[in-house]
Design a protein around this ligand. Structure first.
Ligand SMILES: NC(=O)c1ccc[n+]([C@@H]2O[C@H](COP(=O)([O-])OP(=O)(O)OC[C@H]3O[C@@H](n4cnc5c(N)ncnc54)[C@H](OP(=O)(O)O)[C@@H]3O)[C@@H](O)[C@H]2O)c1
Length: 255
């Protein structure tokens, strides 16, 4: 495996499944040594690691719950122990949440923000600690962060926080020659969306998930995880050297 990321080391949180697994795959295909961070999906993470190693990549899989900051620190330390450096962080771990205002609990708010906001913040902090000039940090937002989505308040707020984080952190990290950006996927064919696609329509509009995609997406279909992974590769690559503090949408939503 050889390409743009030859000699680079990439950590991917949420690398066991969905978009994160596609990002790990893409970085490995282009020559990076890859650290797959996972939480509950050990079998999937280790299967992907073996697949990438068989294809010629250098790869390890490390369990790291992004809610536990010391586990996030240990993930970055293990990357450096294994491969000697850290160049790229793709923070893909995330959870969805839907709920009406009267049903929202402090526990749910804490959990959604712990994974989607705090998990990405401290992944960026601990990754940046190891990075040199030229480091790249890519967080994961959502197209939902800029839309009114029925009963999706906690999730969209947590992703709007990601957009704010990359804007602010770009100044600090820019002083060290590190860029930080976010990818904002639209509806992408993963387990997360299989459970939720039809919930993105306004109340009273009772379309099937397929009908909803037809009316709301210019391209009439979900994105593939590989298509979304291309945006992470772009932001990690040389063509994005002068982009920082930005959120890159990967979607075709017409509303
Ligand atoms: N799919 C979409 O349409 C879409 C749209 C916009 C944004 N996004 C965002 O894209 C990212 C990936 O989503 P996806 O669709 O690929 O979701 P997914 O298929 O449900 O995968 C979620 C990933 O996050 C990991 N994760 C969850 N909680 C974690 C924790 N506490 N610690 C470490 N890892 C954790 C999971 O790891 P384990 O399985 O190992 O626990 C898994 O690898 C998320 O940030 C999501 O919000 C997705």
């Amino acid at each position: 495996m050889a390409g743009e990321f030859d000699g680079k080391v990439a950590v991917v949180t949420g690398g066991s499944r969905g978009i994160g697994a596609a990002v790990a795959n893409r970085f490995a295909q282009e020559g990076a040594s890859v650290v797959i961070g996972y939480n509950s999906s050990a079998d999937e993470a280790h299967a992907l690691k073996e697949e990438l190693k068989t294809a010629g990549a250098r790869c390890i899989a490390v369990r790291s719950d992004v809610v536990e900051t010391e586990e996030v620190a240990a993930l970055m330390n293990k990357a450096v122990d294994a491969f000697g450096r850290l160049d790229i962080l793709a923070a893909c771990a995330g959870i969805s949440h839907f709920g009406a205002l009267p049903t929202l609990s402090p526990q749910a708010a804490d959990q959604v923000f712990a994974v989607n906001m705090r998990g990405q913040l401290f992944a960026a902090q601990h990754a940046a600690h190891h990075m040199a000039d030229g480091g790249r940090i890519i967080l994961t937002s959502s197209n939902a962060a800029r839309r009114a989505v029925f009963e999706h308040t906690l999730y969209t707020a947590s992703k709007a926080a990601v957009d704010a984080m990359v804007r602010c952190l770009s100044i600090e990290l820019g002083q060290r020659g590190i860029t930080i950006n976010a990818v904002a996927p639209g509806a992408t064919a993963t387990a997360m969306v299989a459970q939720n696609a039809a919930k993105y329509q306004p109340p009273g509009m009772n379309l099937t998930a397929e009908e909803w995609l037809d009316v709301s997406y210019a391209l009439d279909r979900l994105a593939t995880p590989a298509e979304v992974a291309g945006a992470y590769a772009f932001l990690a690559g040389k063509d994005a050297a002068y982009i920082s503090g930005r959120t890159l949408p990967v979607e075709s939503c017409v509303f």
